[in-house]
Design a protein around this ligand. Structure first.
Ligand SMILES: NC(=O)C1=CN([C@@H]2O[C@H](COP(=O)(O)OP(=O)(O)OC[C@H]3O[C@@H](n4cnc5c(N)ncnc54)[C@H](O)[C@@H]3O)[C@@H](O)[C@H]2O)C=CC1
Ligand SMILES: O=C(CO)COP(=O)(O)O
Length: 335
C-alpha cells in the first residue's frame, strides 16, 4: 500500500515508521524543508525523535500534491491548531473513497468540532474517517516498546484497513465504533495532564495526583456523555489508558508544561524552547466553550482555562477548586 502521512512531528514520524515496517511505502508531508531533507538524505527526522532511524521505505516532501498522489490511505498527524488549514489544502487532491486516519488530539475552538469532524468538514465523506488514540508516547512506540491503541470509525472496514496498516505484536490495535468518545477522551486527558504537572510542580503529593486523575476521568466521562459518546469508552485505552500515560510520564509534553508553568514558564516560552505542541492548553479553551454549550460541569478544565488564558493566579484557581462542596461521585454520567 502507499500511505501518505501528513505531518512530521514526533507522532507522525513514529507512525510512519510503524506503517513502513509492515511493508507499506510511506510518504510524509512536512511543512519544513529541513525535516523533509533530513528524512530523505539521512533517514532521520532532524527535529523530532532524532535518534530514530526510519525504515528505507519512508520518504518525505514539502509538496502536498505530490505527497497525496495515488494514496491508498491518508494519515493526518498535525497539531490541532493547523489541522483545518492543512486539510483544506489537501482536500482537492484526496479521492472521495480514500480512507483517512486522524491522529490529532483536540477540539476546535469556536466550532467545538472534534478532529475527525474538522477533516470531514474539509474533505467530505466523514464515514471514511477513523481516529486512533490511546496511551502512546511516540518515543516508546518508535523503539518498539509494547503499546496498544484503539482505532474508532463509523465504518468498521475503515478501522480494519488502518489496523492492517499499523498492527504489530508490539503495537496492539483494538477497534471501536465510538469515534466521539475516543476523540473526546484524547482531547480532554491533555487538560488533566497539565493540571497534574502543575500540582506536582507546586509540591503536591501522590494522593493529590490520584485525586486529579480520578476526578479528571469523571469530568471526561460527563463531557463524553453530553457530546454523544459512550461513557464506557472512558474506561478503555483512549480514556483511562491515555489519562494514566499522559498524567504520569516524563515523555508527556502536557504534564511537563504544567510543571514548568507552575515554576513561572509561559506557554510561549515552553513551546519555543521545545518546538512541540501542548494540545491541552488549546483544549482548555475549546473544551471550556464546549462545556458551557453542553451545560456540563468541568471544574478542572475551567480552572486551567482561567489560569492559562485569563491570568488567574494559581492560588485563586486552587482556592476555587477546593472550595467546591463534594457531591455525588458519578453525577452527570449515568442517567
Ligand atoms: N507525540 C506523541 O507521542 C503523540 C502525539 N499525538 C498527537 O499528535 C498530534 C501531533 O503531535 P506531534 O507529532 O507530537 O507534534 P510535535 O510536537 O512533535 O511537533 C510539532 C508539529 O507541528 C508541526 N508544525 C509546526 N508548525 C507548523 C505549521 N505552521 N504548519 C504545519 N505544521 C506545523 C511540525 O511540523 C510538527 O509536525 C498532536 O495532536 C498530538 O496531541 C498523539 C499521540 C501521541
Ligand atoms: O497523547 C500522547 C500520549 O498518548 C502524547 O501526550 P503529550 O502530548 O502530553 O506528550
Amino acid at each position: 500500500m502507499k500511505i501518505t502521512l501528513i505531518g512530521s512531528g514526533s507522532w507522525g514520524t513514529a507512525i510512519a515508521g510503524r506503517a513502513a515496517s509492515n511493508g507499506n511505502d510511506v510518504i510524509m508531508w512536512s511543512h519544513s524543508e529541513e525535516c523533509a531533507r533530513g528524512i530523505n538524505e539521512q533517514g532521520v527526522n532532524p527535529r523530532y525523535l532524532t535518534q530514530y532511524e526510519l525504515p528505507k521505505n519512508v520518504s518525505a516532501t514539502t509538496d502536498i500534491v505530490k505527497a497525496l498522489e495515488c494514496a491508498d490511505g491518508i494519515i493526518f498527524a498535525v497539531p490541532s491548531t493547523h489541522l483545518r488549514e492543512i486539510a483544506n489544502q489537501a482536500a482537492p487532491y484526496i479521492c472521495e473513497t480514500t480512507p483517512i486516519l486522524c491522529l490529532t488530539k483536540g477540539i476546535e475552538s469556536t466550532t467545538g468540532l472534534l478532529m475527525n469532524e474538522v477533516i470531514g468538514d474539509e474533505c467530505g465523506h466523514p464515514e471514511r474517517i477513523a481516529a486512533l488514540s490511546g496511551p502512546n508516547h511516540a518515543e516508546e512506540v518508535c523503539q518498539g516498546q509494547l503499546s496498544a491503541a484503539v482505532i474508532a470509525a463509523e465504518d468498521n472496514d475503515v478501522a480494519s484497513f488502518f489496523k492492517g496498516i499499523l498492527l504489530a505484536p508490539e503495537f496492539r490495535i483494538y477497534l471501536s465504533g465510538d469515534v466521539i468518545g475516543v476523540e473526546m477522551c484524547g482531547a480532554i486527558k491533555n487538560i488533566i495532564a497539565i493540571v497534574c504537572g502543575i500540582a506536582s510542580g507546586a509540591g503536591f503529593g501522590d494522593n493529590t495526583l490520584a485525586l486529579i486523575m480520578t476526578r479528571g476521568l469523571a469530568e471526561i466521562s460527563r463531557l463524553v456523555h453530553a457530546r454523544g459518546g459512550e461513557a464506557l469508552t472512558c474506561m478503555g485505552l483512549a480514556g483511562m489508558g491515555d489519562l494514566v500515560a499522559t498524567c504520569t510520564s516524563p515523555h508527556s509534553r502536557n504534564r511537563s508544561f504544567g510543571h514548568a508553568f507552575s515554576q513561572g514558564t509561559s506557554l510561549e516560552q515552553y513551546q519555543s524552547q521545545t518546538h512541540m505542541v501542548v494540545e491541552g492548553a488549546h483544549a482548555a479553551k475549546s473544551a471550556t466553550e464546549l462545556a458551557h454549550i453542553l451545560g456540563v460541569d468541568a471544574p478542572l478544565t475551567f480552572a486551567l482555562n482561567d489560569a492559562l488564558w485569563h491570568g488567574q493566579s494559581m492560588q485563586e484557581v486552587l482556592t476555587n477548586l477546593v472550595d467546591r462542596v463534594p457531591t455525588e461521585e458519578f453525577y452527570g454520567i449515568i442517567e
